[in-house]
Design a binder for this molecule. Structure first.
Ligand code: NDP
Length: 278
């Protein structure tokens, strides 16, 4: 079994990005991501710290724009409109979910598509579905693609099964896998014979958000298993795949933590640099 760790992928991306940031700095440009955060949720704060670390390691910037839980729709929209106009801001990331009294759809659509580095809005989503090479793809499914590319997997003609059909992970990932010429099946809670569908896959992608649901009975020898899930079980982080039970059976598998999640912030960095270049 090959363990597909995220860190080598992160280092690969950092090497390329460092050169591109050097080129930008010759023109006086420093790639900058604006993080818009409402409130003080621990998972947001922890993600923000991770972003700061990864961006500053290569000389890019993260600026936080923090609002209280009581912020109004109008105030938040004014803030995002300002960031849309600021020339030295190249990417805007709004932490979600937003508090219930705010209209999240309006906020997602307000971010200008060029700065929408995590594909919140419908224009970038349309590019993902068209696979026309334009816009920014959502960072998590893009991190999966970066991992497949880094470890040299060719998906042409292979059977890819995605468990999960959210707009953030499952659906865009399915489109990206089609672009890689895989034959793609998307599964969800109404899928019949989920185990058989999963066993049939050459490449199995777990993005259901259910801790360790993919156990030994869902897999067979020779498969590549990519675990996108991030869950907490008994106080510990775990994926959607029962790693200990599945890893002795399959050809290759990503761990959680240390797999896809590790690569996501690097993809955000890459998108911010691309936006600065444009
Ligand atoms: P959602 O809850 O939005 O979607 C889950 C999807 O999985 C739904 O389509 C749902 O089906 C399907 N599903 C849920 N339970 C089952 C089941 N028992 N059998 C089959 N299908 C099922 O989650 P997200 O897409 O936002 O996230 C998925 C996972 O990825 C989560 O663990 C999340 O934490 C993780 N994640 C990881 C990131 C990273 O950087 N690695 C970033 C973002 C998310 P239905 O549509 O029928 O309800």
């Amino acid at each position: 079994m090959q363990e597909l760790r995220g860190m080598p992928v992160v280092k690969g991306i950092a090497g390329d990005i460092t050169k591109r940031i050097e080129e930008l700095s010759k023109k006086g440009i420093v790639p900058k991501l604006a993080v818009v955060r409402v409130g003080e949720r621990e998972d947001d704060l922890s993600y923000e710290r991770g972003l700061l670390k990864r961006f500053s390691a290569v000389g890019a910037q993260v600026a936080s724009y923090v609002y209280p839980d009581t912020v109004t729709q109008e105030e938040l929209e004014e803030g995002i409109t300002r960031l849309n106009e600021e020339k030295d801001v190249h990417g805007i990331l709004v932490f979600r979910p937003l508090p219930k009294h705010l209209n999240e759809e309006r906020i997602k659509e307000l971010v200008t598509p060029q700065k929408d580095v995590d594909c919140m809005g419908s224009i970038n989503n349309a590019h993902v579905f068209a696979q026309d090479g334009k816009g920014h793809a959502p960072c998590t499914p893009q991190a999966v693609i970066e991992m497949l590319d880094f470890y040299g997997f060719n998906l042409t003609g292979k059977k890819a099964v995605v468990v999960g059909r959210s707009m953030v992970v499952g659906k865009p990932l399915a489109m990206m896998l089609l672009k890689k010429n895989a034959t793609v099946t998307v599964c969800h809670t109404k899928t019949e014979n989920l185990k058989e569908e999963c066993k049939d896959a050459d490449f199995l992608f777990a993005a259901a958000g259910v801790a360790e649901m993919i156990d030994a009975s869902y897999v067979r020898e020779g498969q590549v298993v990519i675990d996108v899930g991030i869950n907490v079980k008994d106080g510990k982080l775990c994926g959607d795949v029962a790693y200990d039970a599945v890893s002795p059976i399959v050809l290759a598998i990503t761990p959680v933590p240390g797999g896809v999640g590790t690569v996501t912030t690097s993809v955000l960095l890459k998108h911010t640099v691309e936006s600065a270049e444009n």
